[in-house]
Write a protein of this length. Structure first.
Length: 100
């Protein structure tokens, strides 16, 4: 399993912003949004983190049983910018056939 901190520290010039938005900026039936913005390094950091989680859940029997749950805050990851008081929660559940 690739170390998530190694991935994050390896792309230190990334800047990823996750924020919620909605009225009055967006109106209509589907007006509530979660907006993810960042540079290419930030998107690589997010993609590599998600890939590492998926690979670990598929490869490690101990992780496969429960999945992998990761909670990140801007204090943990300086490249991560979010609305005040929010945390980024990533839950990678095992495929149903793998969990059995």
């Amino acid at each position: 399993m690739r170390d998530v901190l190694q991935i994050i520290n390896g792309l230190a010039n990334g800047s990823l912003t996750i924020r919620s938005d909605g009225p009055p900026n967006y109106v209509g039936k589907d007006s509530q949004r979660v907006v993810v913005e960042g540079n290419s390094s930030a998107f690589r950091m997010l993609a590599q983190t998600l890939l590492a989680m998926a690979e670990a859940v598929e490869a490690d029997p101990a992780i496969r049983q429960y999945g992998w749950h990761l909670v990140l805050s801007p204090e943990d990851v300086p490249q991560l910018h979010m609305d005040a008081g929010f945390l980024l929660v990533l839950n990678c559940e095992p495929d149903e056939q793998d969990a059995a």
